[in-house]
Design a protein around this ligand. Structure first.
Ligand code: F6P
Length: 357
């Protein structure tokens, strides 16, 4: 008999269900006596014992369904060691639920914060397997995370739609793409949909360079300009502030996000008409794209195999198109950022895309 727990934690994405289906199929196919317990709303379900024994039917027909059948929540890693409002020790509570159900392993689907907690549980003696989920693609130790490609599709469609209206009205348009800390999604969606200027958190921008790029297009007879701007894009002046000063500036800002401030600066300096579009959480919604479905089926299958072989304490990564078991202790707490000197950025610059630097 094998008893496996499963949960989805952090911001959702399109392919969580596809990944869980992959795990379940691999387990059912290879283990005769099996119980799978689904924990609801991420680590909350594990902490407060909110779970259900899942049947094969629970996983049927979910390959193409977005969101997560188990629900999700954000349980910040930095608060995991802090007791809840009733004094409950969350880590001890999670261990208690795990042992009460006599689990052999816990499969945890989530991003960076989720991975850190998974590693903490590993250090506390639980058998865990992590599957790398996030539209941000910022998990260290895997070439790609699931949700990323689906989010590129949504963000690209948004930029494509903006293109036609921007061209009709000869406007400058900013499309704000998700990603506070890293710019993978903005980079790929921007390049995929022909953005003229791409601003990433990893490359602080000079407002004069941004204006210069807009003016260059005007001189070349192009009446409109599209900027793909990451949520965490930052100007050179702001990047020079200390973390504390920048946090204070953002808290006191009258702008709902960095794009609106950027739009005002472009208007003030160049007198150009600027519009801002924020696709926001649509980037995490809808059906997973076929690439993500295949990726998740592979990752899920590889996770099931690791469980059958009782090889725990790892993230199932995709490296050079092969699934690999990467020890959690080697990757937890690290972030995979965009290298400003990477080939993709050099190629984008070569065809005239500005990064504002
Ligand atoms: O981590 C995924 C992500 O979608 C980020 O790109 C985004 O900045 C953040 O989550 C939004 O978080 P929330 O859903 O909590 O508003």
């Amino acid at each position: 008999m094998k008893r496996v727990g499963i949960l989805t934690s952090g911001g959702d994405c399109q392919a969580l269900n596809a990944a869980m289906r992959g795990v379940e199929k691999g387990l059912r196919e290879n283990i005769d006596e099996l119980e799978i317990y689904g924990f609801f709303d991420g680590y909350k379900g594990l902490i407060y014992g909110n779970y259900r024994l899942l049947s094969h039917a629970d996983f049927a027909g979910i390959l193409t369904r977005g969101g997560t059948i188990l629900g999700s929540s954000r349980q910040p890693f930095k608060l995991m060691r802090t007791p809840d409002e009733n004094g409950l020790d969350k880590v001890e509570a999670m261990k208690h639920t795990y042992h009460k159900l006599n689990l052999d392993c816990l499969v945890i689907l989530g991003g960076n914060g989720t991975q850190k907690t998974a590693n903490l549980l590993r250090e506390e003696g639980l058998n865990v397997i992590h599957l790398p989920k996030t539209i941000d693609n910022d998990i260290y130790g895997t070439d790609v995370t699931f949700g990323f490609q689906s989010a590129i599709n949504v963000a690209s469609q948004a930029i494509d739609c903006i293109h036609t209206t921007a061209a009709s009205h000869n406007r400058v348009f900013i499309v704000e793409v998700m990603g506070h800390k890293v710019g993978w999604l903005t980079l790929y969606a921007g390049v995929a949909s022909g953005a003229d200027i791409i601003l990433l958190p990893e490359i602080p921008y000079d407002i004069n360079k941004v204006i210069e790029a807009i003016n260059k297009r005007t001189r070349e007879g192009k009446g409109f300009t599209i900027l793909a701007v990451a949520e965490g894009a930052i100007s050179k002046e702001d990047a020079a502030l200390s973390k504390k000063e920048y946090k204070k500036k953002m808290e006191q800002s009258k702008y709902p996000s960095v794009s609106y401030e950027l739009a005002d600066r472009i208007r003030e300096i160049s007198g150009t008409e600027v519009r801002v579009t924020v696709p926001g959480h649509t980037q995490r919604g809808g059906s997973p794209c076929p690439y993500d479905r295949a990726l998740c089926t592979r990752l899920g299958s590889a996770a099931a195999r690791a469980i059958v072989e009782e090889d725990y304490g790892c993230m199932i990564a995709m490296i050079n198109n092969e699934t690999k078991r990467v020890p959690l202790g080697e990757v937890a707490g690290k972030l995979k950022t965009v290298d400003p000197n990477c080939q993709m950025i050099k190629e984008a610059k070569y065809i005239g895309i500005s990064f504002g630097d």
